[in-house]
Design a protein around this ligand. Structure first.
Ligand SMILES: NC(=O)c1ccc[n+]([C@@H]2O[C@H](COP(=O)([O-])OP(=O)(O)OC[C@H]3O[C@@H](n4cnc5c(N)ncnc54)[C@H](O)[C@@H]3O)[C@@H](O)[C@H]2O)c1
Length: 342
């Protein structure tokens, strides 16, 4: 069976998905594209020999849909796709907050449609290396993580998106829009969070659009994470992450972003490293290379099995992000009930 795919949104991230889809091994075809920006929809549709059409028409033509619109439109599009029984990939953040994201979970689960969210660090090679290393019993406990995430503010450069500067379209700024990836990865890797605090800034002057968040996350395991998320104006710096993990007997440093390089050193051993290409070989050698989100989603649709991460798996990150914003709105006071839907 050829899986018929539709795209609801024809912007930046859609191109990333079509590139990954082009490498997927499951038979599929992009058949339709919908975007209120007609020129964008037509250009993308033509590139894939698909049709540009309104969303209702699209949903009658497809087995699966990629929801890659502005964040504000995600919930409505999920409701419509679920009502048609279509498998749904939805970009992160699912919604502005955990309350809306929870409604979306209920919708897809009630409709029993395959669902997946674009939390891409879980399948990013360099982050898979870090996760493998800290799970090594020789490492001991994870004590601390220093996690810096920076990129130029995305109303310029290759993003060029004005919607991210409006709280009515994006919800919030760099913590929700970008670092929800980091929060999701950290809680997926380190387990439950027991206390958070944060300070935010809006240096660019967009109301409720934080362009700097300095956060502290305390984990049940005892690990403490300092996360700094920055939107600056250095247009030469695209999305970059720098992560240092300190365990009892292991030091790991990830630079660059999803493909590394990664350096590490166990007690009593020489430092080792993998560069961008070697990351993939390293993971292949230990049989730990994650499939792309798109490959995973297509396999799930083909086999009628759950995709991963599901909408439900994204709720924890939303709740933690909400708790961090609550702290920031209260002078950085510690919030201890992160897993409450506010
Ligand atoms: N996973 C990631 O790493 C990642 C990276 C970038 C963006 N994103 C997310 O993807 C989404 C889109 O971001 P982008 O960078 O592609 O933005 P973009 O501005 O490049 O494209 C968004 C498109 O959505 C369209 N749109 C708005 N309302 C729509 C609707 N109701 N139906 C269909 N299309 C609609 C807009 O016209 C625009 O063309 C956002 O939620 C963003 O947070 C995720």
């Amino acid at each position: 069976m050829t899986i018929r795919i539709g795209f609801l949104g024809a912007g930046f991230i859609s191109a990333m998905h079509t590139w990954q889809l082009s490498k997927a091994t499951v038979d599929h075809k992009i058949v339709a594209v919908s975007d209120p920006d007609a020129a964008r929809a037509t250009t993308m549709a033509e590139a894939h020999d698909a049709v540009a059409c309104p969303e209702d028409e699209l949903l009658d033509m497809v087995d699966a849909v990629f929801i890659t619109s502005w964040t504000v439109a995600h919930e409505d599009l999920v409701n419509k796709a679920a009502a048609k029984g279509v498998a749904i990939f939805c970009e992160k953040p699912l919604a502005f907050d955990a309350a809306a994201a929870t409604r979306m979970v209920e919708t897809v689960e009630k409709a029993a449609v395959i669902n997946q969210v674009g939390l891409v660090l879980r399948t990013s090679p360099a982050f898979a290396v870090v996760r493998q290393l800290i799970a090594d019993p020789r490492a001991g406990r994870t004590l601390a993580v220093v996690f810096r995430d920076d990129q130029f503010i995305p109303n310029q450069g290759h993003y060029g998106s004005q919607w991210r500067m409006h709280k009515s379209l994006a919800g919030r700024g760099t913590l929700l829009e970008h670092s929800i990836h980091d929060v999701d990865y950290l809680q997926w890797m380190l387990g439950p969070v027991i206390a958070v605090s944060a300070t935010t800034r809006e240096h660019h002057g967009y109301d409720r659009i934080d362009d700097l968040t300095a956060a502290r996350l305390e984990f049940e395991s005892g690990a403490i994470v300092q996360l700094t998320s920055i939107w600056h104006d250095i247009v030469e710096r695209g999305s970059l992450r720098h992560v240092e993990v300190f365990s009892d007997n292991l030091y790991v440093k990830l630079e660059g972003d999803r493909t590394g390089p990664v350096r590490w050193q166990f007690t009593g051993e020489q430092e080792q490293s993998v560069d961008r290409k070697a990351t993939v070989h390293f993971l292949n050698d230990i049989d730990a290379l994650p499939a792309s989100l798109e490959q995973n989603f297509l396999e799930a649709v083909r086999d009628a099995t759950p995709a991963s991460p599901t909408f439900r798996e994204a709720i924890a990150a939303h709740q933690i992000v909400d708790a961090l914003y609550e702290s920031a709105d209260n002078n950085g006071n510690t919030v201890t009930d992160a897993y409450r839907t506010r």
